[in-house]
Design a protein around this ligand. Structure first.
Ligand SMILES: [Zn+2]
Length: 72
């Protein structure tokens, strides 16, 4: 299990990102949601939790709507 850190594009609050490896599959299973479940006013709340299988979270459907651009 790996952890990545992103901010929510809707409310700028931190997101937790959990990636679970799958035996025999190159894709990881992702679960992305607010760390604080109290963000009722967040504009992307209908898209959360963001679930899916991909090699990286940016490849998930709606990822570009939810994940803020990576800070360098
Ligand atoms: Zn949010």
């Amino acid at each position: 299990m790996n952890r990545h850190h992103y901010l929510c594009q809707g409310c700028a609050q931190p997101l937790f990102v959990v990636a679970t490896t799958q035996a025999g599959k190159p894709d990881l299973r992702w679960e992305i949601d607010h760390q604080d479940e109290g963000n009722r006013g967040c504009s992307v709340l209908p898209l959360l939790p963001l679930l899916g299988e991909a090699t990286q979270p940016e490849a998930l459907e709606y990822a570009m709507d939810v994940l803020s651009p990576l800070r360098r």
